[in-house]
Design a protein. Structure first.
Lengths: 370, 375
């Protein structure tokens, strides 16, 4: 009982120091609100409002119709007509256009003589992902046009692709971003709270007072861990609510499963945070330490670029990255109603990571307090 | 009172420099962090799909179905896993083991042979990964088209040759995302050094009261500003040279610009972010708050709104407007120009003018805040 009441007192003290000032309270909520409002619109690889430069040297009906279809497809908000190869160069060079289409003078003539009629499309390689996606839009429009042309000529294409997307049929980016945000923002929140709390006490000299109190190092660690876990749960709940109510994304899976997994994730973060704070002397070092961990962990979580595109050695390395597993869990449970067995395969790395970091932090604490 | 005294300025700068080199965390941020980030951006942030993992279920055992399956398996862009049951394949999609799947339906071969029927190929992609889903669809369509062309060629043209789009990539012929992401990522690194590190350091001086001690001395405002700017400017430029050097020689990203042009845009950008960092710390005077503010006001915009991964033109109008006041935006675009196109002044001038503008605004803001604090 004494054990529990001591921890209770410590946790209360931690919450007081976290919530006592207005700026402290504000910093727990404001960044979450700001990022939930901003991220879904900024951090997307979606191609919108792209412009297409067109240099049409052919005046035939087929080329005009093809261009009209490109313009009507909605993928490009601006069509820039150019009249020379030099202007075409300039449109791409100055980034005015993402793609440029060059239809040669003999385009229609070749079509009537049954020759293959190539159309050159120039992609801006400085924006290779966007320009390839925009090129795919063009190709899809052309595929429909080719089918219509065949039908008009009384032919039937021998085969066709029927494509569908599961879970998110229209590929809305917000469906992908918000579940990932749950993982990313809670990372920042709980990690900084844990990493800085010990360092701040050390810088202000109150850590020594804690150590000479009847609290054991383990109790101090639990006292530091509880507020961070609570902050993580609070911020995650905030984003989940916004995702469902504001962005209207249906939550398909089991909430209990998600929160259960979240507990182990928060534990892993607390382990990392305590580990960082146990090796730093000042707040500045703790903050920069947390930053040096956080940036790679978030960037290599599979959110910015898929894990399978990394070199194999780096893919193995990401196994120790808690963010990677949790991004998968939230996306899986939220959008795909992932099964318990699937979540379990993603949770056990989190358990291993938290055991490792917590043990190490405990050893460092013991050494410091001895 | 003198406006500036070189002797005092030199002494102050020396003190700052010592402070930088005595704290291991500032060295960590200035030299270790850039290298770590370059390697992460160079190898980890790869938007080129070299091997898309897809499932394949062939319900048809005919020759046509087999030929198409072979075309899929033979594609260098796909890693095809064959399944016998649809349920198992669907489970693999839910569990993210595959990013999409292709189903060749039962009477595919028979329908291919008939002149009046169209044989469908079903492609399903995992919509929870929108970018990957786009590439799954495009890659499978590509394989399918090539296969159709070959088949038409072999059979003597029952599929007429028609319009085809021939892509050519300019500026980055191999379309390697690394070549445009690395120049952009240098922006993020410079922001961390310029804004995050300075905001912490100056806020600490306020927190510990050493700033008051400085203010009580005969130091002028100009000297105070310069002694905070110059050492970090030097540190940042060293870091920039390190980044460009590693990007060019180790990561083999071609650099086509010239050093004076790099020095000019680099200096202007660094001074802008130093201005942001100093303004934040002078305004906040508290390390914890200054660090949080720098994270939200400098670092996140540099990642999200600078256009180095996420296209600015795809953002809503309001956000596009906001990007215009973010110095990182202009530095990203001039770095990409310098790396991939060369020193093309016509492209660089607008960026340089805007960077000069942001430098004046943010350094001016710091000067104003410092003045108020001193009174």
């Amino acid at each position: 009982m004494i054990f529990l009441s001591r921890i209770h007192a410590l946790v209360r003290k931690e919450f007081q120091s976290l919530l006592s000032t207005k700026s402290g309270r504000l910093l727990l909520v404001m960044p979450v609100v700001l990022q939930t409002a901003l991220f879904p619109f900024a951090a997307t690889l979606e191609v919108k409002n792209a412009s297409l430069a067109v240099f049409n040297e052919d005046r035939g009906r087929a080329s005009v119709e093809m261009m009209q279809r490109f313009a009507a497809s909605g993928a490009f908000t601006r069509i820039i007509p150019v009249w020379s190869a030099a202007e075409l160069d300039e449109a791409i060079g100055t980034r005015e256009a993402l793609l440029a289409v060059h239809i040669p003078a003999d385009f229609s003539r070749k079509l009537t003589t049954d020759e293959a009629s190539p159309v050159q499309v120039i992609l801006d390689g400085r924006r290779s992902n966007s320009s390839q996606i925009a090129f795919n839009y063009l190709q899809a429009v052309l595929d429909v046009y080719l089918k219509d042309r065949a039908a008009a000529a009384g032919r039937v294409v021998p085969s066709e692709i029927v494509a569908r997307n599961w879970f998110v049929p229209n590929l809305e980016y917000t469906y992908f971003i918000l579940p990932s945000l749950v993982a990313i923002i809670t990372t920042i929140g709980s990690l900084i709270v844990t990493a800085l709390s010990v360092a701040r006490e050390r810088e202000q000299g109150t850590f020594e007072q804690l150590l000479v109190s009847p609290l054991s190092p383990e109790m101090i660690m639990i006292g530091k861990a509880v507020p961070a876990v609570v902050v993580g749960f609070f911020q995650a709940t905030l984003i989940l609510t916004a995702a469902v109510l504001v962005y209207g994304i249906p939550f398909r899976g089991s909430l209990a499963l998600l929160y259960g997994a979240m507990f182990f994730y928060a534990l892993a973060l607390v382990g990392v945070g305590l580990f960082i704070s146990s090796i730093s002397k000042t707040q500045q070092q703790a903050f920069l330490g947390a930053f040096v961990f956080m940036v790679p962990a978030i960037l290599l979580s599979g959110y910015t670029a898929p894990v399978e595109n990394m070199p194999v050695w780096m893919q193995h390395l990401t196994w120790v990255n808690p963010v990677r597993h949790f991004v998968e869990i939230v996306k899986g449970v939220f959008l795909k109603d992932a099964s318990f067995a699937r979540v379990l395969t993603l949770v056990w790395p989190l358990v291993v990571i938290s055991m490792g970091t917590l043990t190490f932090a405990a050893l460092m604490f013991r050494r410091k307090s001895a | 009172m003198d406006w500036i005294s070189w002797r005092r300025l030199r002494a102050l700068c020396w003190k700052e420099t010592l402070q930088i080199f005595r704290d291991p965390s500032s060295i960590l941020i200035a030299f270790f962090m850039p290298l770590l980030m370059l390697f992460i951006f160079g190898y980890g942030i790869n938007l080129d799909f070299s091997k898309l993992r897809i499932g394949l279920l062939a319900d048809d055992a005919g020759a046509e179905a087999e030929a198409f399956a072979a075309a899929l398996t033979g594609s260098p862009w796909l890693e095809v896993r064959t399944y016998d049951s649809r349920a198992a394949m669907e489970r693999a999609l839910v569990d993210s083991q595959i990013r999409g799947f292709v189903v060749i339906p039962q009477d595919f071969s028979r329908q291919m042979k008939r002149a009046d029927a169209t044989a469908p190929v079903q492609v399903v992609a995992d919509g929870t990964e929108p970018n990957i889903a786009q590439f799954v669809r495009a890659t499978v369509s590509g394989v399918w088209q090539t296969w159709q062309m070959q088949r038409a060629g072999e059979r003597g043209g029952d599929l007429r040759r028609d319009i085809s789009l021939e892509p050519r990539v300019w500026f980055n012929a191999a379309a390697e995302s690394r070549n445009f992401i690395i120049p952009g990522s240098i922006t993020v690194i410079m922001t961390v050094i310029g804004a995050l590190l300075t905001s912490l350091v100056v806020a600490r001086e306020w927190e510990r009261g050493t700033m008051e001690a400085l203010l009580a001395s005969p130091v002028t405002r100009t000297e105070l500003l310069l002694c905070k700017i110059l050492p970090y400017y030097g540190l940042g430029m060293l870091s920039l040279m390190l980044c460009v050097g590693v990007a060019h020689w180790v990561l083999k990203v071609p650099f086509r610009g010239t050093v004076p042009a790099l020095w000019l845009v680099g200096s202007l950008f660094l001074l802008s972010v130093l201005g942001i960092g100093l303004a934040i710390s002078t305004g906040m005077r508290n390390q914890f708050n200054a660090a949080q503010a720098a994270l939200n006001a400098a670092f996140l915009p540099a990642v999200m709104l600078s256009g180095f991964i996420y296209e600015i033109s795809s953002m809503p109008l309001v956000l596009r407007g906001v990007t215009h006041i973010i110095p990182a935006r202009y530095f990203v675009s001039s770095m990409q120009t310098l790396f991939q196109a060369g020193t093309i002044w016509k492209l660089l001038w607008p960026d340089i003018l805007m960077l000069a503008g942001t430098t004046i605004v943010f350094i001016g803001l710091t000067a104003k805040l410092t003045k108020r604090r001193m009174e």
